[in-house]
Design a protein. Structure first.
Length: 324
């Protein structure tokens, strides 16, 4: 029987990854090793695949493993992985798109409802026993008649747009390039922000989108404006957001992601017009299991047929060249 491909797991991942890899692979569970450095010194040259979730994969990481062929990453966002450096070294990177679209879109709509109608604040009011004194104050905001701008209309953005339509909320979007969709396209993010009163961020993180949502965009969103972020905290200038919420430049924000997770800007924690979630957008058992299965499928498919299931864009040329 041929020896099984050796796959590195730097840290613990969803149980579906561990279970799925058990059969066809030999797995190094690095976080359980008594002496990780010694283990790597011994086995690094035999490692051909990696299954990662949250590990930073940069040039220095990649250069430890001369025979590495594929990095299968858990999550749709892969801003912690230098996919270009990987491609330069002939290493394919895969992520887990598609299987989490509905879950993340649901979270975005949940945040919007919570934020506009102050649902978390109202719940805290009830639990504090204040209902006996008087009813919870009427919320100044409503979802009725609102327009949503989507920053990053991809798979998740479209799932959000369909949900928004069911709520009677119209949708427009800003991407780098216009897409073949019916929603109005804005070449300028500031102009989009000016024309809507909900701005929903679903664009990938990383250097290309850092602090795209800055003080100018928030000012354009305006005093009725609600900011929703289920993408990456790095897309927002968090200090500018705190200022905008404090000075009521915008009405409110619903955030699932932060610049320095799990640290949350102390200014946000003080503000009542911010609804804050601990990055739970995709965090249900069924969705995380599906993501984990896709991590495994990419490795199985790569080592079985030489074709990854869901390579990232930066790996596309490499996959073509390798015959995939
Ligand atoms: C996960 C995510 O929290 O898919 C993503 O990009 O942000 C989330 O689904 C994360 O990837 C888990 O490591």
């Amino acid at each position: 029987r041929m020896s099984r491909p050796l796959v590195l797991m730097p840290g613990p991942m969803n149980r579906s990854v561990q279970e799925g890899l058990a059969e066809g692979f030999e797995v190094i569970r690095l976080w359980e090793a008594e002496n990780p450095d010694a283990l790597l010194a011994e086995r690094a040259r035999d490692i051909v695949g990696a299954a990662v979730g949250g590990t930073t994969v940069d040039a220095a990481f990649l250069d430890q493993f001369p025979k590495l062929q594929i990095v299968s990453s858990f999550g749709v966002g892969y801003d912690k992985i230098d996919a270009t450096a990987a491609a330069e070294r002939g290493v394919v990177v895969t992520n887990t798109p598609g299987v989490l679209d509905d879950e993340v879109a649901d979270t975005a709509l949940g945040l919007l409802l919570m934020t506009a109608r102050e649902l978390p604040q109202a719940e805290r009011y009830l639990r504090a026993g204040k209902w006996h004194e008087r009813p919870y104050p009427l919320t100044p905001a409503t979802l009725k008649g609102r327009r949503m701008g989507i920053l990053g209309l991809g798979r998740i953005g479209e799932a959000i747009a369909h949900r928004a339509a069911a709520f009677g909320i119209s949708v427009a979007y800003h991407n780098r390039r216009r897409k073949d969709v019916d929603f109005p396209y804005y070449e300028s993010l500031v102009e989009l922000a000016r024309d809507v009163d909900i701005l929903t961020i679903v664009i990938p993180g990383g250097d290309g989108t850092r602090q795209l949502v800055n003080a100018e965009v928030l000012a354009a969103l305006g005093p009725d404006g609600i900011l929703i972020n289920v993408a990456r905290g790095t897309v927002v200038d968090e200090a500018a957001l705190v200022d905008a919420l404090r000075s009521r430049t915008i009405l409110a924000a619903g955030l699932d992601v932060f610049e320095h997770e799990p640290d949350v800007h102390p200014g946000l924690l003080e503000l009542d017009n911010a609804v804050l979630l601990p990055h739970v957008g995709s965090a249900s058992v069924p969705t995380r299991d599906a993501m984990g299965r896709l991590v495994v499928e990419n490795l199985v498919s790569w080592f079985g047929t030489g074709v990854p299931v869901t390579p990232v864009q930066e790996s596309a040329d490499l996959v073509r060249r390798l015959g995939g």
